[in-house]
Design a protein around this ligand. Sequence first.
Ligand SMILES: Cc1cc2nc3c(=O)[nH]c(=O)nc-3n(C[C@H](O)[C@H](O)[C@H](O)COP(=O)(O)OP(=O)(O)OC[C@H]3O[C@@H](n4cnc5c(N)ncnc54)[C@H](O)[C@@H]3O)c2cc1C
Length: 186
Amino acid sequence: MFDITIIGAGPTGASAALFAAKAGKKVLVIDSDKSVTKRAWVENHYGVMEITGPELVETGKKQAAKFGAELKKATVENIEKTESGFTIHTGDQSFESKHVIFATGMLTDLAEKIGLHTKPGTEPRIKTILDLDANGKTNIEGIWGAGTVAGVSMHTIITAGDGARVAINVISELNGERYVDHDIMK
Ligand SMILES: Cc1cc2nc3c(=O)[nH]c(=O)nc-3n(C[C@H](O)[C@H](O)[C@H](O)COP(=O)(O)OP(=O)(O)OC[C@H]3O[C@@H](n4cnc5c(N)ncnc54)[C@H](O)[C@@H]3O)c2cc1C
Protein backbone atom coordinates (compact mmCIF):
# COMPACT_ATOMS: atom_id res chain seq x y z
CA MET A 1 0.00 0.00 0.00
CA PHE A 2 1.51 3.34 -1.07
CA ASP A 3 0.66 6.49 0.89
CA ILE A 4 0.65 8.64 -2.24
CA THR A 5 0.68 7.71 -5.93
CA ILE A 6 1.49 10.51 -8.33
CA ILE A 7 0.45 10.23 -11.96
CA GLY A 8 2.94 12.16 -14.09
CA ALA A 9 6.65 12.87 -13.58
CA GLY A 10 6.98 16.28 -15.22
CA PRO A 11 7.92 19.28 -13.04
CA THR A 12 4.57 19.03 -11.18
CA GLY A 13 4.70 15.32 -10.38
CA ALA A 14 8.41 14.98 -9.64
CA SER A 15 8.28 18.00 -7.33
CA ALA A 16 5.27 16.54 -5.48
CA ALA A 17 7.08 13.19 -5.28
CA LEU A 18 10.28 14.55 -3.84
CA PHE A 19 8.44 16.48 -1.10
CA ALA A 20 6.27 13.47 -0.24
CA ALA A 21 9.15 10.96 -0.24
CA LYS A 22 11.39 13.32 1.77
CA ALA A 23 8.55 13.55 4.31
CA GLY A 24 8.87 9.79 4.80
CA LYS A 25 5.78 8.80 2.81
CA LYS A 26 5.72 5.68 0.64
CA VAL A 27 5.50 7.20 -2.81
CA LEU A 28 4.90 5.76 -6.26
CA VAL A 29 5.22 7.84 -9.45
CA ILE A 30 3.77 6.44 -12.67
CA ASP A 31 4.66 8.29 -15.86
CA SER A 32 3.93 7.61 -19.53
CA ASP A 33 6.92 9.72 -20.70
CA LYS A 34 4.85 12.29 -22.66
CA SER A 35 6.01 15.38 -20.76
CA VAL A 36 5.67 18.52 -22.89
CA THR A 37 8.54 19.92 -20.81
CA LYS A 38 10.93 17.73 -22.80
CA ARG A 39 10.55 20.21 -25.69
CA ALA A 40 11.46 23.25 -23.59
CA TRP A 41 14.59 25.38 -23.23
CA VAL A 42 14.27 27.05 -19.83
CA GLU A 43 15.90 30.33 -18.74
CA ASN A 44 13.19 31.59 -16.37
CA HIS A 45 13.38 29.02 -13.56
CA TYR A 46 14.50 30.78 -10.35
CA GLY A 47 17.91 29.55 -9.13
CA VAL A 48 18.80 27.91 -12.46
CA MET A 49 20.70 29.97 -15.07
CA GLU A 50 19.55 27.82 -18.01
CA ILE A 51 18.58 24.20 -18.52
CA THR A 52 17.11 21.98 -21.22
CA GLY A 53 13.66 20.52 -20.59
CA PRO A 54 14.90 16.91 -20.74
CA GLU A 55 17.63 17.70 -18.19
CA LEU A 56 15.13 19.41 -15.85
CA VAL A 57 12.76 16.43 -16.06
CA GLU A 58 15.54 13.87 -15.50
CA THR A 59 16.95 15.83 -12.53
CA GLY A 60 13.47 16.06 -10.99
CA LYS A 61 12.99 12.29 -11.27
CA LYS A 62 16.45 11.67 -9.74
CA GLN A 63 15.64 14.01 -6.82
CA ALA A 64 12.41 12.10 -6.14
CA ALA A 65 14.22 8.73 -6.37
CA LYS A 66 16.99 9.99 -4.04
CA PHE A 67 14.42 10.33 -1.25
CA GLY A 68 12.92 6.89 -1.93
CA ALA A 69 10.10 7.49 -4.41
CA GLU A 70 9.49 4.50 -6.69
CA LEU A 71 9.24 5.44 -10.38
CA LYS A 72 7.48 3.34 -13.01
CA LYS A 73 7.16 3.99 -16.74
CA ALA A 74 3.57 3.09 -17.67
CA THR A 75 0.23 4.61 -18.54
CA VAL A 76 -2.43 4.64 -15.83
CA GLU A 77 -5.55 3.29 -17.52
CA ASN A 78 -8.02 3.18 -14.64
CA ILE A 79 -8.41 3.98 -10.93
CA GLU A 80 -10.96 2.21 -8.72
CA LYS A 81 -12.09 3.25 -5.23
CA THR A 82 -11.50 0.66 -2.50
CA GLU A 83 -12.30 0.64 1.24
CA SER A 84 -8.84 1.92 2.20
CA GLY A 85 -7.99 4.05 -0.84
CA PHE A 86 -7.58 3.26 -4.53
CA THR A 87 -6.42 0.55 -6.91
CA ILE A 88 -4.46 2.04 -9.79
CA HIS A 89 -4.33 0.01 -12.98
CA THR A 90 -1.68 0.20 -15.69
CA GLY A 91 -1.68 -2.16 -18.69
CA ASP A 92 -0.29 -5.15 -16.78
CA GLN A 93 0.02 -4.12 -13.13
CA SER A 94 -2.07 -2.70 -10.32
CA PHE A 95 -1.08 -0.79 -7.19
CA GLU A 96 -2.84 0.14 -3.94
CA SER A 97 -2.59 3.70 -2.66
CA LYS A 98 -4.24 5.82 0.05
CA HIS A 99 -4.05 9.04 -1.98
CA VAL A 100 -3.58 9.90 -5.66
CA ILE A 101 -2.25 13.15 -7.13
CA PHE A 102 -3.02 13.92 -10.78
CA ALA A 103 0.01 15.69 -12.31
CA THR A 104 -0.91 14.75 -15.85
CA GLY A 105 -0.08 18.05 -17.56
CA MET A 106 -2.27 18.72 -20.60
CA LEU A 107 -3.89 15.25 -20.47
CA THR A 108 -7.33 14.88 -18.87
CA ASP A 109 -8.57 11.64 -20.51
CA LEU A 110 -7.99 9.49 -17.41
CA ALA A 111 -9.57 12.12 -15.12
CA GLU A 112 -12.69 12.24 -17.29
CA LYS A 113 -12.86 8.44 -17.52
CA ILE A 114 -12.97 8.00 -13.71
CA GLY A 115 -15.52 10.77 -13.16
CA LEU A 116 -13.41 13.66 -11.89
CA HIS A 117 -15.14 16.99 -12.43
CA THR A 118 -13.47 19.20 -15.03
CA LYS A 119 -13.98 22.73 -16.35
CA PRO A 120 -12.65 24.85 -19.23
CA GLY A 121 -9.03 25.99 -18.86
CA THR A 122 -8.06 29.68 -18.83
CA GLU A 123 -4.35 29.47 -19.76
CA PRO A 124 -3.22 29.59 -23.43
CA ARG A 125 -3.77 26.26 -25.27
CA ILE A 126 -5.22 24.56 -22.15
CA LYS A 127 -8.71 23.33 -23.08
CA THR A 128 -9.77 21.40 -19.95
CA ILE A 129 -8.60 21.37 -16.33
CA LEU A 130 -9.69 19.65 -13.12
CA ASP A 131 -12.29 21.38 -10.97
CA LEU A 132 -10.50 21.56 -7.60
CA ASP A 133 -10.94 23.22 -4.24
CA ALA A 134 -8.32 25.67 -2.90
CA ASN A 135 -6.23 22.81 -1.44
CA GLY A 136 -6.12 20.82 -4.69
CA LYS A 137 -8.86 18.31 -3.81
CA THR A 138 -11.04 16.85 -6.57
CA ASN A 139 -14.66 15.77 -6.17
CA ILE A 140 -13.43 12.27 -5.18
CA GLU A 141 -12.06 12.27 -1.59
CA GLY A 142 -8.39 11.17 -1.70
CA ILE A 143 -7.74 12.27 -5.29
CA TRP A 144 -5.94 15.58 -5.76
CA GLY A 145 -4.70 17.61 -8.74
CA ALA A 146 -1.71 19.93 -9.30
CA GLY A 147 0.17 21.86 -11.98
CA THR A 148 -0.94 22.30 -15.56
CA VAL A 149 -3.95 19.97 -15.14
CA ALA A 150 -4.98 22.13 -12.15
CA GLY A 151 -5.02 25.23 -14.35
CA VAL A 152 -2.00 27.12 -12.99
CA SER A 153 0.14 29.28 -15.28
CA MET A 154 2.11 26.83 -17.43
CA HIS A 155 5.70 27.59 -16.40
CA THR A 156 8.12 25.14 -14.79
CA ILE A 157 8.68 27.23 -11.65
CA ILE A 158 4.91 27.51 -11.11
CA THR A 159 3.92 23.92 -11.93
CA ALA A 160 6.78 22.56 -9.78
CA GLY A 161 5.73 24.89 -6.96
CA ASP A 162 2.11 23.79 -7.27
CA GLY A 163 3.14 20.11 -7.15
CA ALA A 164 5.03 20.84 -3.92
CA ARG A 165 2.08 22.83 -2.50
CA VAL A 166 -0.44 20.06 -3.09
CA ALA A 167 1.96 17.36 -1.83
CA ILE A 168 2.39 19.37 1.40
CA ASN A 169 -1.41 19.47 1.74
CA VAL A 170 -1.62 15.66 1.33
CA ILE A 171 1.31 15.09 3.75
CA SER A 172 -0.38 17.41 6.28
CA GLU A 173 -3.65 15.49 5.98
CA LEU A 174 -1.87 12.16 6.51
CA ASN A 175 0.07 13.57 9.50
CA GLY A 176 -2.94 15.31 11.05
CA GLU A 177 -1.02 18.60 11.33
CA ARG A 178 0.54 21.16 8.98
CA TYR A 179 3.87 19.99 7.55
CA VAL A 180 6.98 22.04 6.82
CA ASP A 181 10.32 20.86 5.35
CA HIS A 182 13.19 23.14 6.42
CA ASP A 183 16.76 21.83 6.37
CA ILE A 184 19.46 23.80 8.17
CA MET A 185 22.89 24.44 6.66
CA LYS A 186 25.53 22.18 8.21
C1 LIG B 1 7.84 23.94 -26.38
C2 LIG B 1 7.67 24.34 -24.94
C3 LIG B 1 8.52 25.27 -24.39
C4 LIG B 1 8.38 25.66 -23.05
N1 LIG B 1 9.26 26.56 -22.54
C5 LIG B 1 9.14 26.93 -21.25
C6 LIG B 1 10.05 27.88 -20.70
O1 LIG B 1 10.97 28.37 -21.37
N2 LIG B 1 9.88 28.22 -19.40
C7 LIG B 1 8.87 27.71 -18.61
O2 LIG B 1 8.77 28.05 -17.45
N3 LIG B 1 8.01 26.82 -19.13
C8 LIG B 1 8.12 26.42 -20.42
N4 LIG B 1 7.23 25.52 -20.95
C9 LIG B 1 6.10 25.06 -20.11
C10 LIG B 1 6.47 23.94 -19.15
O3 LIG B 1 7.00 22.85 -19.88
C11 LIG B 1 5.21 23.51 -18.41
O4 LIG B 1 4.63 24.56 -17.68
C12 LIG B 1 5.42 22.52 -17.30
O5 LIG B 1 6.61 21.85 -17.50
C13 LIG B 1 4.30 21.51 -17.25
O6 LIG B 1 4.61 20.57 -16.24
P1 LIG B 1 3.59 19.43 -15.85
O7 LIG B 1 4.34 18.53 -14.92
O8 LIG B 1 2.32 20.01 -15.38
O9 LIG B 1 3.27 18.67 -17.22
P2 LIG B 1 4.21 17.74 -18.11
O10 LIG B 1 5.63 18.15 -18.04
O11 LIG B 1 3.59 17.64 -19.45
O12 LIG B 1 4.10 16.31 -17.38
C14 LIG B 1 2.91 15.57 -17.35
C15 LIG B 1 3.29 14.09 -17.29
O13 LIG B 1 2.11 13.31 -16.99
C16 LIG B 1 2.22 12.09 -17.71
N5 LIG B 1 0.89 11.49 -17.82
C17 LIG B 1 -0.27 12.06 -18.27
N6 LIG B 1 -1.29 11.18 -18.23
C18 LIG B 1 -0.78 10.01 -17.73
C19 LIG B 1 -1.32 8.72 -17.44
N7 LIG B 1 -2.61 8.41 -17.66
N8 LIG B 1 -0.49 7.75 -16.96
C20 LIG B 1 0.84 8.03 -16.71
N9 LIG B 1 1.40 9.24 -16.97
C21 LIG B 1 0.60 10.22 -17.47
C22 LIG B 1 2.82 12.48 -19.06
O14 LIG B 1 3.44 11.39 -19.71
C23 LIG B 1 3.84 13.57 -18.62
O15 LIG B 1 5.13 13.02 -18.43
C24 LIG B 1 7.35 25.12 -22.27
C25 LIG B 1 6.48 24.17 -22.82
C26 LIG B 1 6.62 23.79 -24.14
C27 LIG B 1 5.67 22.79 -24.71
